[in-house]
Design a protein around this ligand. Structure first.
Ligand SMILES: [Zn+2]
Length: 703
């Protein structure tokens, strides 16, 4: 091995380590109020544990390169002194690398599997580095043989311009989220190559070895400290480069092969006993903490049942029911709740005679879970998710789960759903939303790919809905799910232009849906159904616009993702605004109560919100509720939050972390408190742990 090769190997390894360090650190730095210790630990993690596998990877690449190119030209390719022909190569390589990374990141979103996507991003980015270096070496050879430097410069500048133009236009069109941290990795890679080559770390190898060993030791020690696990979890959940490494290390340190490591925040409280892990079924009173949550379950909290109670609606009213769910309609972007722009003039008019829920929580931050809870009155983990054929991605809501449309159909309602051909609503995924619907219309085409939705299908849906209602006997039950405000945010024709940024276009899409709802309400009046129709309108969940370094939805239980706008109109009941915290599991029993339908009511869970028509609050014993999220496919990435305003206690299975937020003083959830040292949290902690003991085993494993 030549000196040039060893030197180049060291340079590449250093660059890889630094790039992954920078990206992981950058991506996890913005977590709310991480303590200085945690931040320092993350640095240690990044330097120590990430640099090592990266160096191995770099060694493999360097070896491959040495085989593919001759060693001198390989060295030239990454030797980035301005005086050498490699500078234009670096510019071109950086541009193409950034493009490749964005391309892969965008493409990998379709898998809806963060770990897989991260591994793909890391692998393919490394492959791109490899290809670019081989190309670079070839160009260097060509230059030495008398090739023109101008041509190389021209190609590099062109690729740089192309990369910039593509990224800017894609970002402008809302197709990619420009993530500075992701871009930082290749940038840091090239800069480190340059610096390492220039000031030559290779000459001080012994010092480096001591430093690296010290960092590894510090990182390893950190894994046994309280926040070391949290620091590792942050790196595992943020950043494309760091995640596969932590996941791989956890897999290696899963000594009892039960799927969970006892180190690095893997969550296994008995690393050598495969019967004990976070997905094990908790056996009450066996003296063991089978599922690693809060000890041995002796008296797990029972499922709550709604209380019928006194109400003006004592006997069956046979009113029609219309439920409108609107994609991602966030509470503070709907003017009937609170918004700077008048995005919902029609709903604002209805709101004057409706119960407006200022603090509605969707049961989950994404469609399939939250809508299943809305119609079943069960929290997502309480639903019986069946595993059907292995080729189905998603689980099926078993017929044992109570289902409002089916219950109302049994009471003589003509049930109508007017949806789109979104896969979750169709037999393609067979989740089971069609149960109980006499008319289940998914004929409206939706352009949806990889989490991005185009077009304006609402008008067609409203037309179809009115046609069904016109032919339907009374009473009828209608469900409309409208898609427009879902990313990507587009300016609908005819809608006011609120501005050019993402939020402005999102607002314009809300306005468009509201205009279509105006047509629906008008149509119901024309069909003489309006005065006998109970109407519930809500977002199916919220949407994040950069809060907690977060976009879109489906990833966490912070308020932006789980607080949709919502109202309930009951003919004859006076309108009012309610600041009490309520949730989707309350909706079905409330509707049954309003309809005076005891039979349906008794089969549901959740709480009846009917007392809010006459009082400002619910009975004290019914104040809290749980919202949760997990992957519908495999039950992983489990999170739950117990909301009991002003407190919100969040549990994250990754890292086994409880965090308490005081929403009255910290509405933006920036200051997580330690629930174990806050006396207000102890009843919540008891209740949530009791809930987890029941909930967690249900969402994992085939049935
Ligand atoms: Zn949704």
């Amino acid at each position: 091995m030549s000196r040039a090769f060893i030197r180049q190997l060291a340079v590449t390894a250093t660059a890889f380590g630094t790039a992954s360090f920078a990206e992981g650190l950058c991506a996890s730095w913005g977590e709310p109020a991480a303590s200085l210790t945690e931040r320092l630990l993350r640095v240690a993690w990044s330097v120590g544990l990430l640099a090592l596998p990266c160096a191995l990877l770099a060694a493999a690449i360097a070896w491959l390169l040495a085989v593919l190119c001759d060693e001198d030209s390989f060295a030239d390719a990454w030797r980035l002194r301005p005086s050498r022909p490699a500078l234009p190569l670096a510019v071109g390589a950086l541009s193409l690398l950034t493009l490749a990374e964005y391309g892969v990141a965008l493409w990998s979103r379709r898998f809806h599997n963060a770990e897989l996507a991260a591994v793909l991003v890391a692998l393919l980015t490394s492959a791109a580095v490899l290809v670019l270096t081989v190309v670079g070496a070839a160009v260097a050879r060509w230059l030495r043989a008398g090739g023109s430097r101008r041509v190389v410069w021209a190609v590099s500048v062109m690729s740089f311009a192309l990369a910039l133009a593509l990224l800017v236009s894609q970002s402008w069109a809302g197709l990619v989220q420009l993530d500075a941290c992701l871009a930082a990795a290749p940038l840091v890679f090239v800069l480190t190559c340059f610096a390492a080559d220039r000031w030559l770390l290779v000459r001080v190898a012994p010092v480096k070895i001591v430093l690296a060993a010290g960092a590894v030791a510090l990182a390893a020690a950190a894994s046994f400290w309280g926040s070391g696990a949290r620091a590792a979890t942050m790196l595992a959940t943020h950043g494309a480069w760091g995640r596969p490494v932590i996941v791989a290390l956890r897999s290696v340190s899963d000594f009892d092969r039960d799927g969970y490591s006892g180190l690095l925040g893997g969550g296994d409280c008995a690393p050598f006993d495969r019967r004990i892990n976070p997905s094990a079924v908790e056996v009450p009173n066996d003296g063991l903490d089978n599922n690693c949550v809060g000890g041995d379950a002796g008296n797990a909290v029972e499922i709550r049942r709604p209380i019928w109670g006194a109400s003006v609606h004592g006997s069956p009213t046979n009113q029609n029911v219309v439920i409108v769910t609107i994609e991602t309609l966030r509470h503070d972007h709907a003017s009937f709740v609170a918004a700077a722009r008048d995005t919902t003039p029609n709903l604002r008019q209805i709101a004057a005679s409706s119960l407006v829920f200022e603090r509605m929580y969707s049961a989950a931050p994404y469609t399939r879970l939250s809508l299943a809870s809305l119609f079943s009155s069960l929290a997502p983990s309480e639903i019986d998710w069946q595993l059907l054929a292995p080729e189905k991605h998603m689980r099926h809501i078993s017929p044992r789960t109570p289902w409002l449309p089916e219950l109302l159909a049994a009471r003589g309602y003509e049930t109508i759903a007017v949806l789109t051909n979104f896969a979750a609503f169709t037999p393609q995924e067979d989740i089971g939303f069609e149960r109980g619907f006499r008319h289940y219309d998914v004929s409206t085409a939706l352009t949806y790919r990889g989490g991005t939705m185009w077009g304006f299908p609402a008008a067609e849906q409203v037309d179809k809905a009115l046609a069904y209602v016109e032919r339907a006997k009374r009473p009828f039950f209608l469900w409309l799910h409208l898609f427009e405000p879902h990313f990507r945010y587009e300016q609908p024709p005819g809608a006011p232009v609120f501005g050019a940024d993402q939020r402005a276009r999102y607002d314009a899409e809300i306005w468009h849906v509201d205009a279509q709802l105006g047509r629906l309400f008008q149509g119901l009046r024309r069909l003489r159904a309006w005065d006998d129709t109970v109407l519930f309108v809500t977002g199916d969940h919220g949407e994040a616009f950069g809060e907690h370094d977060d976009r879109w939805h489906g990833t966490n239980l912070f308020d932006p993702q789980v607080r949709p706008a919502a109202l309930l109109r009951v003919p004859g009941v006076a309108g009012k605004r309610l600041d009490v915290s309520v949730t989707f599991t309350d909706v079905a029993p409330t509707l049954a109560r309003v309809l005076g339908d005891r039979e349906t009511f008794d089969q549901l869970r959740g709480r009846s919100l009917a007392p809010l028509m006459h009082h400002r609050a619910l009975p004290a014993a019914q104040s809290g509720f749980v919202v949760e999220t997990f992957n519908i496919e495999d039950g992983l990435a489990y999170q739950a939050a117990l909301v009991d305003y002003p407190l919100k206690l969040v549990y994250e299975e990754a890292g086994q972390r409880f965090a308490l937020f005081d929403l009255a003083h910290d509405a933006r959830e920036q200051q997580p408190l330690d629930p174990r040292s806050d006396p207000r949290a102890s009843p919540l902690l008891r209740e949530l742990v009791g809930y987890l003991e029941r909930a967690r085993p249900r969402v994992l494993g085939p049935r």
